[in-house]
Design a protein around this ligand. Structure first.
Ligand code: ATP
Length: 311
């Protein structure tokens, strides 16, 4: 037995070491998601912004020079306003968000953000670090680290205090749920821990974003269908956190965009229609057709739900 226990102890130690190394690796990858392939210009200055205006001016972009993705995209998000983008899958909606976050540099035109004095500058004139610090993204699919729920929220602003983390969780309506868990904020989540639903993950993402207290918010709506109640709850939270922040929403459900200051309809990398919900309905074009289709789908769902035999 003694002969066996030494190698077993050894194995146990190795297992812990490997597990630790993997966690560190995940943290490292987390840090590395700040892409390094765009470079700061010499003399780039830090962006300080409170309620900035964001503008895309004749923006052209291709991931691969053989295939143009965005063509002459023009729009402005006024300080604190919300612009929503809709369009078929692959029309270039998420690409707009990636370009604003400066994952890639554009091939033509310019993207500008106003600084604290209200002066408009090309985002390439700011340090990329400061641009990314100004923007928070609530992504379609939130990556949770195999770590505690606390770590997963604090990730929005490493070094935040316990009070700040809890405050963000409260604002994202997830604090009560966390507090009710036996291990509370120390509960492990992810593959090896507690599995969170799509809606819960999105709330963690919202808490992360809130912790960053960003002047610019990018919301990439989840395509996966949340049930109508979670959808409405999350929508309410988003409307609240978007208040006073310059917001770009990439929407899949038109119900999300009704309140936006402007809606852009994209098709094959171009903006083909723009206006408020009511403008676009009155226009009876692409958006109105999409709206009609979604309304029909909703009616079908309701009808199906009504046909479920009662016990
Ligand atoms: P969805 O509604 O499905 O999220 P989308 O409108 O957001 O779609 P984008 O993700 O912006 O579309 O993609 C626009 C086009 O660019 C697509 O044809 C896509 O295949 C292509 N694309 C996206 N990312 C890359 C990449 N990293 N490299 C090459 N092509 C890409």
């Amino acid at each position: 037995l003694l002969q066996l226990s030494a190698p077993l102890n050894m194995l146990g130690m190795m297992y812990r070491e490997v597990k630790q190394a993997m966690t560190n690796l995940e943290r490292l990858f987390g840090l590395l998601d700040e892409r390094q392939d765009v470079q700061d210009r010499p003399g780039a200055v830090p962006l300080h912004a409170t309620q900035p205006q964001v503008r895309f001016e004749a923006v052209r972009f291709a991931y691969d020079p053989r295939r143009q993705i965005l063509r002459d995209v023009d729009f402005t998000i006024a300080p604190g306003a919300t612009v929503a983008v809709v369009g078929h899958s692959g029309s270039g909606k998420s690409t707009l968000a990636r370009l604003l976050y400066r994952f890639y540099d554009i091939d033509g035109g310019r993207i500008t953000i106003t600084d604290a004095s209200g002066t408009e500058h090309d985002i390439r004139d700011y340090t990329q670090h400061s641009v990314r610090a100004t923007i928070a993204i609530v992504p379609q699919d939130t990556v949770l680290f195999n770590d505690t729920i606390y770590y997963n929220i604090e990730y929005g602003r490493p070094g935040a205090t316990r009070e700040e983390v809890e405050h963000a969780a409260r604002a994202a309506h997830i604090h009560e749920q966390i507090a009710a868990l036996p291990d509370g904020y120390d509960t492990e989540v992810g593959e090896r821990g507690l599995k969170l639903s799509g809606g819960e993950k999105q709330r963690v993402a919202i808490a992360r974003a809130l912790l960053k207290n960003p002047a610019i918010l990018i919301f990439d709506e989840a395509t996966s269908a949340l049930d109508t109640r979670s959808e409405q709850a999350i929508q309410g939270e988003l409307d609240r956190i978007a208040l006073g922040r310059t917001t770009l929403t990439i929407a899949h459900r038109l119900s999300t965009v009704m309140g936006a200051d402007e809606i852009l309809v994209m098709d094959a990398g171009r903006i083909v229609e723009r206006g408020t919900h009511l403008d676009l309905i009155a226009r009876q074009g692409v958006y109105a057709a999409m709206w009609k289709l979604q309304q029909q789908e909703r009616m079908e769902e309701l009808r199906e739900a009504a046909q479920v035999p009662q016990p």
